[in-house]
Design a protein around this ligand. Structure first.
Ligand code: C2E
Ligand code: MG
Ligand code: MG
Length: 737
């Protein structure tokens, strides 16, 4: 009844301008009315009161407060006030505030201290209070306990947390957003610089995401991004922090990893997982990803520097033909510039007649007779010379240039094939961008009708990436092409998604087994031969022919022939040649190609010609690297180094490799490495580890990310004056070549 009184009093309180009645204010001495006021306040839910005795035991707590604690009032009374709340270290309160037990034992006053209530269902629905309290004393001396107020701030806290989550996390995927990643990166890299620790950054950009978005719609694109985020989380786990930078770009920060072998494996796993098909809103979608990697402190010490190195590595990975990773190296800067120039020059290449079609024979296995020629595009750049299609086709695909180039290839190939015997067909590569163009079948019709080529003599080579478009449109295009009467081949089989469904549904006449299965198929340590066997028998069951691509060595030819490949294409027969050469060969009636090549496939040993440093004891020599494989190298420039000598090769950019001389003849030595090199993501090799910029700094060099050039300091070469070289240096400059 007291409560009702107070409220009605409030409601009836006269407005000031009406002030005709006399005011009956509550006298400070009227404890009854003041108690009513107190009760009303408690019941309004605006706040509660609490009090303790000198031992910290609860002596008073508002009714509703006890409810909020989830305990009956009589249970709360007498219990320690501090025990009503979760101890601070175990939860998420502001760590800058002193914990409640400390404040109470020190008899400090506190105000608006956020505390989490000890609650039965605490974990799922945490309840938060803000409490204020003041110690009470008799005669300013004897402590008799606390009195204070409390209020429920659960909702406010939740709202604040949601807002701060929104500001830090990507709403779509739940990953950290750009802002949070930047803050984390700056914090981590600054701390790591002080602690001389390393940290890798991986930047990912999805390939063909835009097409999915365009063909399946934005909701499907969003769904796809969510699934990508899940796959990333599953692979990266707690190795690092993942963020979405916006669009289809992701960043992974991996503290304390600088082993490029491990990072390359991780990048490959990410690429493979992301390239697996997705099911989004009932449709199938296929994308890929490119990955750029840079590592602090080697490729950048400050955040900006490291991010731009990662960016450049990503750019190079994309330029290398997608679905690849790439480590940063200081020569990528030139690569990025070069790519820009290629893009600009490519626009005029066609009109200035710098583009030509060359032809490589596809030979019947066993009989060595040519059955068809594959048209391969060649660009003769006025300054740079021949540029390979793998360097400009991906760039062309990003711009509209691919349509013009593709149409040119079709027109030219059909025209050229008219000059060959009618038993021979021509195969033309068609990029997915071209294939998914509605007008494509018409372009094919025009290319055939202009010179009058019989449709069955034209074969289109397409890759599995065409299936990432709209499935109905793809099906229609296939049907139309079959109606025209051209033949279809599935190129690079085994490198993409290799879904058997494609083979069943699409009307292919031929499967081209990718070079990567043929190369090294004769070595013992891989199952390439088994894969080739499986593809051949699959093709036979479906009534299709097979082509083994990229056959270089005699043993590879023997193997793919014995495994039943119908056709063979590769340097063992011929490289792609200009139309005049094809025509003059055919006019001479030479339909047979003689296989010629090395008898055995040699493990990826690349011929190089590059100046390097060679360190022996504390002397540094100049040498030339003649070839390089993962496990060894051949060098030239030092005379008569005995077999068994340990040397350190300085490959530049902090890459030092320890090797033992296994063969030695005059100024040439063959070395076997102590630790194998790893792939740099492109055609090159690199060391797993590099000289740490911190050790260079310790030796007196200014701290900086590794510049190109040599690293004599670490090998003790700075002491050169005191020692005499053990071997004789040959002057290689006079040798030329
Ligand atoms: P692809 O269709 O798989 O063509 C086979 C590639 O392997 C060609 O490279 C060919 O020169 C190369 N090759 C053939 N035999 C051997 C061998 O024994 N050893 C090695 N190491 N390589 C061999 P190329 O000419 O550089 O073309 C690369 C790719 O560029 C082609 O791969 C194709 O996807 C694309 N491309 C070429 N011309 C065109 C074109 O006119 N239009 C389109 N859209 N793409 C094209
Ligand atoms: Mg091809
Ligand atoms: Mg191919």
């Amino acid at each position: 009844m007291a409560k009702g009184n107070f409220l009605s009093r409030l409601a009836n309180f006269p407005a000031p301008e009406l002030g005709s009645e006399p005011i009956s204010s509550i006298a400070k001495s009227d404890s009854k009315q003041r108690l009513e006021l107190f009760d009303s306040f408690e019941n309004l839910g605006l706040g509660w009161f609490w009090a303790t005795d000198a031992h910290g035991r609860v002596t008073y707590l508002s009714n509703n407060a006890a409810k909020s604690l989830g305990k009956p009032e009589n249970e709360v009374l007498g219990s320690a006030f501090g025990s009503l709340f979760v101890p601070q270290d175990h939860d998420e309160t502001d760590k800058t505030e002193r914990p409640l037990p400390f404040l109470i034992s020190a008899r400090n006053a506190f105000s608006d201290l956020a505390v989490r209530v000890q609650h039965d269902q605490a974990a799922e629905h945490p309840v938060w209070w803000a409490i204020s309290g003041k110690p009470q004393f008799i005669n300013d001396k004897t402590f008799i306990g606390y009195r204070g107020t409390a209020k429920d701030i659960t909702h406010r806290r939740q709202r604040d947390r949601d807002a701060s989550r929104l500001a830090q996390f990507d709403a779509l995927t739940g990953l950290s957003n750009r802002h949070r990643m930047e803050t984390k990166m700056i914090a981590t890299l600054t701390a790591y610089k002080a602690a001389k620790r390393s940290c890798a950054l991986m930047m990912l950009d999805l390939d063909r995401f835009k097409q999915v978005n365009d063909t399946l719609g934005h909701p499907a694109g969003d769904e796809l991004l969510k699934q990508v985020a899940q796959r990333l989380k599953a692979i990266v786990g707690d190795m690092g922090e993942i963020g979405r930078l916006g669009g289809d770009e992701f960043l992974v920060m991996l503290p304390d990893i600088d082993d490029r072998g491990r990072l390359g494996e991780l990048a490959n796993r990410l690429i493979q997982m992301i390239s697996q098909p997705y099911s989004v809103n009932g449709s199938r979608a296929i994308i890929g990803t490119s990955v750029g990697i840079a590592i602090a402190p080697y490729d950048g010490i400050e955040t900006d520097e490291l991010v731009s190195s990662t960016d450049l590595a990503l750019y190079a990975a994309k330029g290398g033909g997608r679905g690849q990773f790439r480590f940063y190296s200081s020569d990528l800067k030139d690569g990025a510039r070069r790519r820009k120039e290629i893009e600009e020059d490519l626009r005029d290449a066609l009109t200035q007649q710098q583009i030509q079609m060359h032809y490589q024979p596809l030979v019947q296995a066993g009989t060595n007779t040519v059955r068809a020629f594959e048209a391969l595009m060649r660009w003769k750049h006025p300054e740079r010379g021949w540029i390979r299609p793998s360097q400009f086709i991906p760039i062309a695909e990003e711009t509209s240039i691919i349509s013009d180039l593709g149409e040119f290839a079709l027109m030219q190939a059909c025209k050229d094939a008219m000059l060959w015997p009618s038993a021979l067909s021509v195969t033309v590569n068609v990029s997915a961008v071209q294939f998914n163009n509605e007008d494509f079948p018409n372009i094919v019709r025009r290319a055939l009708s202009a010179p009058g080529l019989v449709p069955s003599r034209l074969e289109l080579e397409i890759t599995e990436s065409v299936f990432m478009g709209d499935p109905y449109a793809t099906k229609r295009t296939f049907a139309e092409l079959k109606e025209i009467g051209v033949r279809l081949a599935l190129d690079d089989f085994g490198t993409g998604y290799s879904s058997l469904g494609y083979l069943r549904d699409a009307p292919f006449d031929k499967i081209k087994i990718d070079q990567s299965f043929v190369r090294g198929s004769t070595e013992n340590d891989n199952n390439n031969a088994a894969i080739i066997t499986a593809i051949v028998s699959l093709a036979q069951a479906l009534g299709m022919e097979t082509v083994a691509e990229g056959v270089e060595a005699q043993d590879e030819l023997a193997l793919v022939t014995s495994l039943g490949a119908t056709l063979v294409q590769g340097w063992i027969y011929a490289k792609a040649m200009p139309q005049q050469d094809v025509v003059s060969r055919l006019e001479r009636g030479e339909l047979e190609f003689v296989p010629s090549g090395p008898s055995k496939h040699r493990a990826d040993r690349r011929t190089v010609f590059r100046g390097i440093g060679v360190i022996h004891e504390d002397h540094r020599y100049d040498a030339v690297l003649r070839n390089l494989s993962k496990t060894g190298a051949m060098i030239e420039g030092i005379l008569d180094v005995p077999i068994g000598t340990d040397l350190v090769l300085d490959l530049g950019q902090g890459q030092l490799v320890i090797g033992t001389v296994r063969r030695s003849s005059g100024a040439t030595q063959g070395l076997q490495f102590e630790t194998a090199l790893v792939s740099d993501g492109a055609d090159g090799l690199c060391t797993r580890h590099r000289v740490n910029p911190y050790s260079l700094a310790a030796a007196g060099m200014p701290l900086a990310a590794l510049p190109p050039g040599s690293y004599p300091l670490v090998s003790g070469g700075h002491n050169q004056t005191g020692s005499r070289p053990q071997f004789m240096q040959i002057d290689l400059n006079s040798k030329g070549d």
